[in-house]
Ligand binder design. Structure first.
Ligand SMILES: O=C[C@H](O)COP(=O)(O)O
Length: 246
């Protein structure tokens, strides 16, 4: 089971040329990560190519809650597996907010991914309004209900992404991240998941990666904008590994 994960999420960005440039520049491509650590990129569908990024895992950003069949426009978990996806995001706040993805949807998608031997990365997080209203735990626990039916030995990861920190350039304060991760880990332990990595996402960049990496319950990052530039993602990856070593 992976202990640490540093993942990029290119969202709906990137071209074949950009992917080739990134792969050539990213020093982690051919370098094996430390044992127990995974580097990965969640790519737009047309760039998913397991061979392009060497030891860096490729993953998808969404998956159909259906199998194969008459589901126009959908990509099944089996298809993602065939492309070489090793992990896949589920329940990103953009999918919840823009595409109406529900907890029931995320549960079904996680089941599909597991059946296809793809590691699900369940994204959870509260909006600023929810946080201000004191609903942090209610929201996080509600979103985590998507894994409550699984055996505690199931391999998966959680990405805590406070919606208000995504794409703003301003990450959550380390004390808020530490507090949320501690609460998430406690809830996961109550569900039997004691080994599940909990990643932080939301404006992670080279300048703040080291400070966030030293937080005890931060087991990695899900990096959006800064993962599009190889040198930034490389710096974040390196800061994370150094932070955990220190
Ligand atoms: O999936 C990644 C998150 O949405 C974070 O994005 P960001 O690093 O651009 O804030």
């Amino acid at each position: 089971m992976a202990k640490y994960m540093v993942l990029g999420n290119w969202k709906s960005n990137g071209s074949r040329e950009a992917a080739a440039t990134f792969a050539a520049a990213f020093s982690g491509v051919s370098k094996a990560p430390p044992e127990g650590t995974i580097y990965g990129l969640a790519l737009p569908f047309h760039l998913i190519d397991a061979d392009r990024f060497g030891k860096t895992w490729v993953g998808g950003q969404n998956v159909s809650r259906f199998g194969e069949g008459a589901y126009t426009g959908e990509t099944s978990a089996g298809m993602l597996a065939e492309l070489g996806c090793r992990f896949n995001l589920v329940g990103h706040s953009e999918r919840r907010q823009l595409f109406g993805e529900t907890v029931a949807d995320t549960r079904e998608k996680i089941d599909r991914l597991l059946a296809a031997d793809i590691l699900p990365v369940l994204c959870i997080g509260e909006t600023l309004e929810e946080r201000k209203a004191g609903r942090l735990l209610e929201i996080l626990h509600g979103q985590l209900a998507a894994i409550a039916h699984l055996s505690s030995s199931t391999e998966l990861a959680i990405a805590y992404e406070p919606v208000w920190a995504i794409g703003t350039g301003i990450a959550a304060e380390p004390e808020d991240v530490a507090d949320a991760h501690t609460r998430i880990k406690a809830h996961l332990a109550g569900l039997g998941f004691t080994q599940t990595p909990v990643l932080y996402g939301g404006s992670v960049k080279p300048a703040n990666a080291a400070a966030l990496a030293t937080l005890k319950n931060v087991d990695g990052f899900l990096v959006g904008g800064a993962s599009l530039k190889a040198s930034d993602f490389d710096a974040i990856r390196s800061a994370f590994v150094s932070g955990k070593d220190s």
